[in-house]
Design a protein around this ligand. Structure first.
Ligand SMILES: Cc1cc2nc3c(=O)[nH]c(=O)nc-3n(C[C@H](O)[C@H](O)[C@H](O)COP(=O)(O)OP(=O)(O)OC[C@H]3O[C@@H](n4cnc5c(N)ncnc54)[C@H](O)[C@@H]3O)c2cc1C
Length: 402
């Protein structure tokens, strides 16, 4: 799928630079990334040096200012071809974490949390949504916040937060936690609160890193909030507004997942294409046999459709005057169907790549098995495929559970 007509000259240059970075810095060491976290940190630090971390951070705090989703898509796709965990770590950045505070004009939050993103050290951030009682309930907009188990109560000038989050990326290593809470279960969307919590706040503690099948280059852990107190100004915006930001983040997260799926699928496709070109069967390359060629054609078809759809949605996010705000039911619906299509496509493509490579595909030295393990995660997170399907139909039915 040719996309260059959609890109500015600057975006073409960014794509070239990040693609070269992935080929030079990530691909040669990808086999060892899961077992040696210092390699991951080294790569993340080089990305900081390239200026990626400043993306989306307001200029008055040393950042680039708003950056387009098209640019973000380019960076995430290119990095995901090397390692999706590294892409993910780069993605949970100023643009995503600070977005609610930026849109709300919350200067207290920005003064406290934004400068870290423009420093020359890695700034890990964490978006803590998933409650230990079930991510699907937390992330199901049909419940209008009633599925959010973590509570926040206003006492004097402070929010007091109690609850347990499970699985958030960067839990335990991040310096800041955007925490999704409920202030009042009878208030519907008005009860949803997004509250920024610094890592050194008393009462905040963390579980050990989760062991997991995929995305092993990122850290996931439980977060325990035991009467954690933060200033009342650390709530992003206020009743109603936080819900919109939460739903907008959901659109962006579903779409980001689709871009990550695209990068993983492209990498799996490339590996299988090369392998079946070299590997001979009956005296000719495996991919010259029509049965294999048919599989490769189907892989390519899904891949190109995924790319077209994912970049199309980036364009929609960048043009809200034409397509509406990212928190509308219609945009959440489109983001969710895109994510379902891309994650299913990604798992299918990685699986077919393995099939084409036979037993050698299982061996880490051929690199494919890691992409297959990473692919599976993109079907499971963000409330899972089922909740994503509810989000899809909601854009067409427009109902909520009462
Ligand atoms: C690598 C990785 C990174 C992650 N990063 C983050 C992060 O940064 N921040 C964060 O907050 N969380 C994060 N998560 C957590 C993830 O988003 C949740 O695991 C996800 O939302 C699913 O929640 P759950 O596992 O608790 O599933 P559950 O809620 O226990 O659901 C189990 C299954 O039941 C299905 N189900 C639930 N309710 C219904 C229903 N009403 N109808 C039909 N089916 C239903 C679900 O789709 C799912 O398949 C991450 C997870 C992973 C693996």
């Amino acid at each position: 799928m040719q996309l260059t007509h959609l890109f500015t000259d600057e975006q073409k240059a960014i794509r070239k630079a990040v693609r070269e970075f992935t080929n030079k810095e990530i691909i040669p060491v990808r086999e060892n990334l899961e077992t040696d976290h210092s390699l991951v940190e080294n790569i993340l630090q080089k990305l900081v040096d390239l200026g990626i971390q400043e993306g989306g951070c307001p200029t008055e705090y040393g950042g680039t200012g708003p950056y387009s989703m098209m640019t973000r898509a380019i960076i995430i796709e290119e990095l995901s071809k090397g390692d999706v965990g590294i892409a993910m770590s780069t993605g949970v950045n100023a643009g995503e974490l600070l977005a609610p505070a930026i849109h709300a004009g919350n200067k207290v939050v920005l003064d406290r949390f934004a400068p870290a993103f423009s420093k020359d050290k890695i700034c890990y951030a964490c978006i803590a949504m998933t409650d230990s009682t079930g991510g699907a309930d937390t992330e199901n907009p049909l419940f209008q916040g009633r599925g959010i188990a973590t509570t926040a109560k206003l006492e004097g000038d402070e929010w007091v937060i109690n609850g347990t989050k499970s699985w958030p990326t960067h839990a335990g290593i991040a310096s800041m936690y955007l925490t999704v809470c409920n202030t009042d279960y009878d208030a519907g969307d008005d009860g949803i609160a997004l509250i920024y919590v610094p890592s050194d706040t008393p009462g905040l503690s963390f579980g050990p890193p989760e062991k997991k099948m995929g995305f092993r280059t990122t850290v996931n852990a439980s977060i325990y909030y035991d009467s954690v107190r933060v200033p009342k100004e650390y709530r992003a915006a206020g009743p109603g507004h936080d819900a919109k930001f939460y739903y907008a983040a959901m659109s962006v997260a579903q779409w980001t997942s689709a871009i990550e799926s695209l990068g993983i699928a492209q990498a799996a496709f490339d590996i299988a294409l090369e392998y079946t070109g070299d590997r001979k069967s009956g005296g000719k390359p495996v991919r010259e046999w029509s049965m294999a060629a048919g599989i490769i054609a189907e892989m390519a078809t899904r891949l190109e459709m995924m790319r077209g759809a994912a970049y199309n949605f980036a364009w929609m996010l960048d043009n809200p005057e034409d397509y509406g705000p990212p928190f509308s039911n219609q945009m959440i619906s489109k983001a969710s169907l895109l994510r379902i299509f891309a994650s299913d496509g990604c798992v299918w493509i990685a699986n077919k790549a393995m099939e084409l490579m036979g037993c050698n595909g299982l061996s880490p030295e051929h690199h494919l098995e890691k992409y297959l393990r990473d692919a599976k995660v993109t079907q499971l997170w963000l409330g899972g495929q089922q909740i994503a399907k509810y989000r899809v139909v909601r854009g067409y039915y427009d109902y909520v559970v009462s």
